[in-house]
Design a protein around this ligand. Structure first.
Ligand code: NAP
Length: 254
């Protein structure tokens, strides 16, 4: 996958205040991208943006809760007024429900015991939030010469791997998180197909098992290692793929 020069571009990273999103924001800023850190908590967003400015590059914070369409519209207006366009959208914000680190909690994991409200809450953030943000930002992305959208998926999204009896995913019940990421993969394909002719490349990234709050810090990769594939897809050249599902090691089975 060829990368391109991204100096001077503008990128929005949702949930950019910590974890993988924060690492994506830092890595893009280090490449000369002006990063808009989307955070649902203004203080956490401002602190992250200030730390990036002190360290590697240019960053601003905007309040953005992906489950609140009003805050998403306000964030789009703010980006329009300040920058007039958007080159990269990283749909990173996500929740796991009770958490991958809480296997004893069956309420969002075991199919026969699931609490549907928990599933709904996870889909609200991981799926419907992505539609809300993407559609609000598309008018700005269309003003870029070659926009890129990266959706933070997961190996757990893979139906092929989940259907492999005896494989690690067939033994990991997950009624909320994994299906939400499978739906996100489906959305990725829908957007890729619509936007193909406009040179807007849309891909899903699986960061691997990363040491962050979402899994109670049980992951073994650093946030920067998890962010690598995301940054690669955010900086694709015009000949890059669209409608793909990638880890840092290459394409993943749907
Ligand atoms: P994290 O450290 O818990 O970060 C999640 C980020 O999403 C935080 O900034 C959080 O904000 C934000 N967020 C949650 N709900 C939001 C909402 N409604 N509106 C706006 N922001 C919201 O987890 P992470 O590991 O970095 O996860 C980032 C993405 O990678 C997620 O989509 C996750 O599913 C995906 N992923 C992670 C792993 C892994 O092993 N860590 C593996 C595969 C995929 P607050 O600080 O306000 O809570």
């Amino acid at each position: 996958m060829e990368e391109r020069t991204v100096q001077g571009q503008v990128a929005l990273v949702t949930g950019g205040n910590k974890g993988i999103g924060r690492a994506v924001a830092e890595l893009l800023a280090a490449e000369g991208v002006t990063v808009v850190v989307g955070a649902r908590d203004s203080r956490r967003g401002e602190e992250a943006a200030a730390a990036i400015r002190r360290g590697v590059g240019e960053a601003r914070a905007v309040v953005l809760d992906v489950t609140d369409p009003g805050s998403v519209r306000a964030a789009a207006r703010w980006i329009e007024e300040r920058f007039g366009r958007l080159d990269v959208l990283v749909n990173n914000a996500g929740i796991s429900g009770s958490g991958q680190a809480a296997p004893q909690d069956a309420l969002d994991r075991v199919p026969s015991a699931v609490d549907v409200e928990r599933v709904r809450a996870v889909f609200d953030t991981n799926v419907f939030g992505v539609i809300t943000v993407t559609n609000a930002m598309l008018p700005l992305l269309r003003r870029s010469k070659a926009a890129r959208i990266v959706n933070l998926s997961s190996h757990a999204a893979s139906l092929t791997m989940t259907a492999t009896v005896g494989g690690p995913l067939s033994e990991l019940p997950s009624m909320a998180y994994s299906p939400s990421k499978t739906a996100l993969n489906a959305l990725t394909l829908q957007y890729a197909n619509e936007l193909r002719e406009e040179n807007i490349l849309v891909n899903a990234a699986a960061p691997g098992y990363v040491d962050t709050d979402i899994n109670g810090h049980s992951g073994f990769l650093t946030p920067a290692q998890g962010a690598a594939v995301v940054v690669r897809l955010a900086t694709l050249g015009d000949d890059g793929p669209t409608g793909g599902f990638f880890s840092e090691d290459g394409p993943l089975p749907w």
